[in-house]
Design a protein around this ligand. Structure first.
Ligand code: FRU
Length: 504
């Protein structure tokens, strides 16, 4: 179906990062350094399909306003720069900073993909100019096993063992291989994790590993191993799996001998997330590519294709079903939430609340909506109608029968093959108040429910005139809170138009 300028204008995220033009996939080398957050990403500088893969680059001082910079690690005819990570080499263990330098080197690890032989090997490049440009290490590759499915190095410093650790996937074997090093260039293989969790036949990508506090108690930490899984995820296509366990600097051991399959996000469009390294505080923040390999190359946007999620703060939370990953929006995002709500309702029947919301006539494609409702007595689904237009809307709600949160993104005019779908996520809490926090940005919806114990991220390409907001509900529903905020744009759209969120 042909698209119009109005479609593209409506779909362009205004407070999430998307490149001005061309293709983008995974975030790479997320790092905080010298007052800046760096977002590198898989980028095709020449077109809007996957190819010529380079590390694109954007920086921000506040995690919300991103400035696109020139490509940081360009592809060459003989080598593409696949996904990877960055470490700040404070003690100059790799020796990349000149003697006596006061500024440490940023050392990027990425998979060099040779389009001729298809071999994937691990490469290193260092930056001495605050992450703007990178010099390839003369001894590359630093790790090569002659494989065509060996990629996505995650490197970090492990203080207790005084070593760097590298995780790399052996994708088809569904394994993460662990290596250690004292100098960033010589690596020794020390352990293997996997296969585990999700089904046979899928491939593992983009490993990530960090320690998180449990129930906001900084003295209680568990390690979490993240593996992005392609083909065999929850709803098909790609998704993010995680394991909770322990890591001693050498080996990751999951708490359960047969770990259950846990998904970080229950929507379709959250993939390859990685954390920011070298944070100025104790938080673990990550963001992911909002798309899915099943249809990423068919998405109808132009002149860009690909967007990143907002930064989310991670922790672990005890639920009636066990320990689970919790994702809350990074505190920085609050600065973008309009100070005065466009609409507030408290302690009222859903019926009355829906009527006054309709009366308020709120329209917007950049909104943050918080809904709290009572679970007791709920006889049918309750939730938000987003991007509502003539005869259609995207529904984000809670279904008491299935005890699940869901997004139903079917629209009258589906723009890609996965659009007419509903994605459910089991509720984990038994609290009487259910909570839905929905962050809407053009064509991107991030839902963090029940304080972040459930996450659902989905893309949706609604018609440009579908921008109203409503509440759907059954007979016996009580809304304890409905709050609607306009989100401030951080990106001036290429056509110069600003965000609209207003009362009719
Ligand atoms: C994940 C991934 C990585 C690879 C990169 C290529 O989305 O497939 O495994 O390094 O994308 O762009």
């Amino acid at each position: 179906m042909p698209t119009t300028d109005a479609d593209q204008h409506a779909w362009r995220p205004r407070y999430h990062f998307s490149p001005k033009r061309h293709w983008m996939n995974d975030p790479n080398g997320l790092v905080h350094f010298d007052g800046e957050y760096h977002l590198y990403y898989q980028y095709n500088p020449q077109g809007d399909d996957w190819g010529n893969i380079s590390w694109g680059h954007a920086v921000s001082t506040d995690l919300t306003h991103w400035q696109e910079l020139p490509v940081a690690i360009p592809a060459t005819d003989r080598l593409m720069a696949f996904s990877g990570s960055i470490v700040v080499d404070h003690a100059n263990r790799g020796g990349f900073a000149p003697a006596g330098a006061t500024v440490p080197a940023l050392v990027a690890f990425f998979t060099g993909f040779d389009p001729g032989t298809k071999i994937q090997s691990q490469h290193l490049a260092f930056s001495l100019d605050r992450g703007r440009t990178f010099t390839p290490y003369a001894g590359n590759p630093v790790l090569d096993i002659g494989s065509t499915e060996f990629r996505d190095p995650k490197v970090f410093w492990h203080e207790p063992t005084q070593r760097f650790v590298m995780l790399v996937v052996v994708a088809l074997e569904q394994q993460v291989w662990f290596y250690t090093s004292r100098n960033l260039v010589e690596w020794t293989r020390v352990s293997t994790f996997g296969p585990a969790g999700s089904a046979d036949g899928n491939i593992w990508e983009v490993p990530e590993l960090f320690a998180l506090s449990v129930d906001d108690d900084p003295t209680r930490k568990r390690w979490v191993l993240i593996v992005s899984v392609n083909h065999g995820s929850l709803w098909g296509g790609s998704g993010v799996q995680y394991f909770i366990g322990d890591f001693d600097g050498t080996r990751f051991v999951a708490d359960d001998a047969q770990p259950p399959t846990l998904w970080a996000d229950h929507g379709r469009d959250f993939y390859a997330p990685i954390m920011f390294a070298n944070m100025p505080d104790e938080r673990v923040l990550w963001l992911g590519w909002c798309s899915n390999w099943e249809y990423a190359r068919e998405l109808p946007t132009q002149p860009w294709r690909g967007q990143q999620s907002a930064p989310r703060e991670l922790s672990l939370v005890t639920t009636p079903r066990g320990l689970r990953l919790r994702q809350r929006m990074a505190a920085e995002m609050k600065a973008l939430v309009g100070p005065e709500p466009l609409f507030t309702a408290r302690e009222n029947s859903a019926h009355m609340t829906a009527a006054s919301l309709a009366q308020a006539g709120i329209q917007g494609r950049q909104l943050m909506v918080r809904l709290r409702a009572l679970r007791a007595g709920l006889d049918s689904p309750i939730g938000l109608e987003l991007l509502k237009g003539a005869g259609e809307s995207v529904k984000v709600g809670f279904d008491p029968e299935r005890n699940s949160f869901f997004i139903n993104r079917s629209c009258a005019a589906p723009r890609f093959k996965g659009q007419s779908e509903r994605h459910d996520a089991q509720r984990l809490s038994n609290a009487n108040e259910i909570e839905i926090e929905a962050w809407i940005d053009g064509s991107l919806i991030e839902v963090l429910a029940d304080g972040g114990s459930v996450a659902l991220t989905d893309l949706v390409y609604a018609r440009p005139d579908a921008s109203c907001l409503g509440l759907f509900h059954g007979a016996a529903a009580t809304v304890s809170l409905l709050e609607v905020h306009a989100m401030q744009a951080t990106l001036c759209s290429p056509d110069g138009l600003q965000v609209e969120a207003r009362h009719l």
